[in-house]
Each structure stands twice: as C-alpha cells, then as structure tokens.
Design a protein around this ligand. Structure first.
Ligand code: GTP
Ligand code: MN
Ligand code: MN
Length: 409
C-alpha cells in the first residue's frame, strides 16, 4: 500500500543526514545538478522538482521498494517517479547514467567547482574548448574576479573537503580573538557543520552579541587580528545593508536567491594542516611564512590581473599555491548579525538551502507570513514578530521544533 504523506512540507518533516534511500537520492541529485547547470539562474523549477523528490525519500523511515508507496505525495513529480521506478526495477536509470557520462556535464561540474564560477562562466570556458582546470589556469586572458583567480590557483585545496575538526579548531581561534575584542560575543558554527556534517565545502560562522549595537565595528577588527596571525589569504568584506525600509521591501517582494543584508566576509583562509587531525590550542597558532602577510594591508583583495603580486612574499596566487606550505586554503564565511535578528539569521544560515526555501514557501502559502534571515512579517496581523530563540522561530511558524541535524533536506 502507499505511505500516507506524513507531512506535506519538507520543513515539517525530519530529514537526517543518514537515511534509508541513498541510492535513489544520489541519482535524483545528479538530475538536480544537471538541471542547475543547464538552466543556470534563469529557471530553478526543474532542479527544484528533483530536490523535492529526493527530500521526500530522505525522510522515509525505510528503504523504498515499490514506487506505489509514494502514490499521492505532492513532491514526487512524474519525471522523478519514472527515474525512481527505473532504479527500483532495473537497478539503475539510463538517464542518470547518460548524464554521468556526458562530457558536457563532466566539464560543467569540473569548472563550476572553482570558487566564483557559476554555470555561465563554466559554459564560456567550455565554448573556448577548455577541458581541464589547467586550461583555465594557464590562460592569461581570464576574468579579473578575485574569487576565480584564487579559486583556480588553490583549486586542489578548495575542492578537498573541509573537515569538522578544522572548523572546530578555527571556531576556537575566532572565538578567542572575537572575545578579546568584544567580551560576551557569541560565535556559532552554522551551515552544514551545524547540521552534523563531518565535512563541507566551506566553514560558516555567525557572530552576534546580546548587547545590540556592540557588534558594530567588530568584523574589521576581527579580520585585522586574523590577518596579523596569518590566517587570511584573500577575501571580500561586505557592509551591513540592512535598513527597516529594505526589510519591508524584502518582505513584499520575494528576496532574490539567498542574499541577505548582514555584514559579512566571504573569503579564503589559511588553515594549518595540523587543524585536520587534532585539537589545537588556538593561542599557539601563528601561521608560518611565506605568505604569512597577506594582501597588502587591505581586507578586500581583488587583484586586477592574474599575475598581480600579493603580500610581502610578492607572489602571485598561483606562485603562492606552489610553495612548500604547512597550510591548506579553505573557504570561510563570517557573518555578523544584530542580536534582534540573530535567531532568524541562525535558522537561515544553518540551512539546509532546501529547508530554507521550503520554509519560505510554506510560510507564505500556509501562514501568509514572510520569513527571511532578518525577521518575520505576519501579513494578516500586519506586523513583524521578533523571536528570542530558534525554538520561537519554529513556534511562530507553527512548526514542530527540529534540531539542526534534522534539517538536512
Ligand atoms: P557545505 O558548505 O557544502 O557543507 O553546505 P552548507 O549547507 O554549509 O552550504 P553553504 O555554506 O553554501 O550555506 C550555508 C547555509 O547558509 C545554507 O543553508 C544557505 O542556504 C545559507 N546561505 C548561504 N548564503 C547565504 C546568504 O547569502 N544569505 C543567507 N541568508 N543565507 C545564506
Ligand atoms: Mn557551508
Ligand atoms: Mn558558506
């Protein structure tokens, strides 16, 4: 018989990292990735359909054996159902196998694995006849985007997974420095690590302070200290662009993508290789040269040319990446939230991406509420509603509270 949909929305269901249908979800996520790369930013709908189906399978309490068990579930579209059926019956899906062997898909995946490269740039590189990362690395006519330049130079480092232990060690360093600057500061690991992942493509940290306003000015000072200790490789700081007016607009229009208005630093840090395998006393860590003095005193580093030199080492990103070094380049996001927005920010930056997306759609359609990383607006009551804990965010949204590790859809 069919399994009654336990709940209609992904944000109402429990979805853990470990589940009973990895073979099926892996296949569906290949199709999702393919749709993302093919449709770019213009059309999420195909990719979303596969993600929704995969998400249902992740929340099943058993291994699916018969497609009829999914009958009536709104999140299983025809295309996904067909693929699931093929795999249940044949052990594989022709469509998925073809994608995995498609040279275009392989190249698109490879190129979009470079920091700063989305499907549009990846497509351009393919059109130039490039096949390998080295083709882009060797080209001297390349985008001036600092992310792409560092992303290419440190591609090997940046595509090797960031380990939980590295994130934990970095958390201690950041906490230590941030606390010196602002006693009582709250620093949380967010993103995949907060959801219990053992590795990820980056490490995300959310900072706040219960004394609203005291967090202003923290980020530049924190970055300066991290830079002094040799942790910064390259990055870009963004100012807080939040105003109540902007929030109202966000509440009315639907906010594009994942963008928010928090002050943040998106960048690449140098983590000692020793961070990978042991707990490290944070105060003992000072990074070795060369490259220990990054980016000529500026916290924004956007070299205009590939061969631009950096730091006292005078090396280009590429040359720096070739040096004997005791560190690994790692993507890091630092986000600063005012305390009054913190719990919404915490939910937003914990994710998963799909959990957030589902949460927003659910809030809008079921509750006539708009939720963002900055707050929540109830259109029926025509007022915004503050939250003083993560649990309160769920309460306001009339959802059962789910721990971060249960939000892995
Ligand atoms: P891995 O890093 O691969 O482990 O996955 P992740 O889930 O940590 O993804 P990522 O680091 O890209 O993002 C972390 C969480 O923050 C996700 O839930 C995203 O939806 C969310 N996120 C990413 N960028 C933004 C942003 O600009 N604004 C907001 N509000 N959320 C974001
Ligand atoms: Mn992350
Ligand atoms: Mn991130």
């Amino acid at each position: 018989g069919s399994i009654a949909a336990p709940n209609t929305w992904a944000c109402q269901r429990i979805t853990c990292l470990q589940h009973h249908n990895p073979k099926l979800t892996t296949a569906l996520e290949v199709l999702e990735k393919h749709a993302q790369l093919r449709d770019g930013n213009s059309d999420y709908s195909r990719a979303l359909a596969f993600r929704k189906a995969s998400c249902v399978l992740k929340s099943l309490p058993h291994t699916l054996t018969d497609i009829h068990q999914l009958r009536g579930l709104k999140d299983i579209g025809n295309h996904s159902a067909q693929v699931i059926e093929d795999i249940l019956e044949e052990g594989f899906s022709n469509e998925v196998e073809e994608i995995l062997n498609d040279p275009w898909f392989i190249k698109m995946k490879l190129f979009s694995s470079v920091f700063g490269v989305g499907s549009a740039i990846a497509l351009k590189w393919i059109e130039r006849g490039w096949e390998k990362i080295e083709d882009a690395q060797n080209s001297n006519d390349i985008t001036s985007d600092w992310r792409v330049q560092w992303g290419l130079a440190f591609h090997d480092d940046l595509t090797s997974p960031v380990l939980r232990q590295e994130a934990d060690n970095l958390l201690e360093v950041i906490r230590e420095e941030a606390t010196k600057l602002l006693p009582g500061v709250i620093v949380e690991i967010v993103g995949g690590f907060r959801r219990g992942k053992m590795s990820g493509h980056d490490a995300d940290f959310l900072l706040t302070h219960p004394d609203e306003g005291s967090e202003i000015g923290l980020l530049p000072q924190l970055l300066q200290r991290l830079q002094k200790r040799g942790f910064l490789l390259a990055g870009q700081a963004e100012k807080n662009s939040f105003t109540p007016g902007v929030l109202k607009k966000d509440f009315k229009l639907s906010m594009k993508g994942q963008l928010d208005h928090f002050e943040k630093w998106i960048g690449i840090m140098k983590l000692p290789k020793s961070f990978k395998d042991k707990h490290t006393d944070p105060s003992s860590i000072i990074m070795p040269t060369p490259g220990s003095d990054p980016i000529d005193g500026s916290l924004d580093y956007q070299p205009s040319r590939k061969k631009a030199k950096c730091g006292i080492s005078g090396l280009s990103p590429w040359e720096l990446s070739r040096t004997e070094r005791a560190w690994c380049a790692r993507r890091v996001d630092l986000i600063i939230s005012p305390f009054s927005q913190y719990y919404y920010g915490l939910v937003g930056w914990t994710g998963s991406k799909h959990f957030n997306r589902d949460l927003r759609t659910y809030s809008q359609k079921v509750l006539n509420m708009k939720v963002t990383s900055h707050g929540l607006f109830d259109f029926t009551k025509n007022q915004s509603i503050p939250a003083h804990s993560e649990k309160e965010v769920f309460d306001i949204l009339k959802l059962p509270y789910h721990e971060p590790w249960q939000r892995n859809c």
